[in-house]
Design a protein. Structure first.
Length: 200
């Protein structure tokens, strides 16, 4: 069964002693607070780590704008819809900056395609179960201090939140290589020389 925003909110408020909900219409104060927390926290939580399920690569659209002549920038690209955080750009280029949270200025100036790997906010139905299990505790812990029936709820929920977050990050990390796929001779030689000097 597909995950929905309502199901995530329902699970979160249930941890605070509220009855589960099947709709956000005519919601009580706690459910309204949980919906606001969902909208506030999800983009932030997704931006805090390079979650592989929320990472994609897309070609950027070059604008016809001319960067200010006083700068070293030569091109301006529009950020993708739903953009939250940059992971990297292709071709590899470190001379770029993001302005207004919607435009990327760079010294890269050719007719070659310019791509960005970035974090976005996926539809709730695409959130993996390990992330949903964690995010439910994120919402509940956020609301606990002001809405829980007992102050002790926060300590319990915060402990579960931290544990669930660690498990979610570990599960998500399995969706990428755990070692470098690029050979770095300089680093390899440095490590070898250090080993030799220590053991002489």
């Amino acid at each position: 069964m597909a995950t929905t925003k309502v199901k995530i909110i329902s699970s979160a408020v249930a941890l605070l002693g509220n009855a589960p909900v099947t709709t956000l219409d005519n919601a009580n104060d706690l459910v309204i607070s949980a919906e606001q927390a969902y909208d506030l926290l999800l983009p932030s939580v997704l931006s805090n780590a390079p979650w592989r399920f929320a990472t994609t690569i897309q070609q950027l659209s070059k604008t016809l704008e001319t960067p200010p002549t006083e700068t070293l920038y030569e091109s301006i690209y529009l950020l993708p819809a739903g953009y939250l955080k940059t992971i990297r750009v292709f071709p590899q280029n470190y001379a770029w900056e993001i302005f207004e949270s919607k435009k990327l200025y760079t010294s890269f100036n050719t007719d070659e395609p310019f791509y960005m790997e970035y974090v976005f906010q996926p539809d709730p139905s695409l959130l993996p179960s390990y992330f949903v299990s964690y995010f439910v505790y994120e919402i509940a812990a956020y609301l606990a201090l002001s809405n829980a029936q007992k102050p002790e709820y926060f300590n319990v929920l915060e402990t579960r939140r931290v544990s669930s977050q660690a498990m979610a990050v570990a599960s998500d990390a399995q969706n990428r290589p755990n070692s470098s796929q690029i050979d770095f001779p300089v680093l390899t030689n440095r490590a070898t020389e250090q080993y030799i000097s220590i053991n002489l």
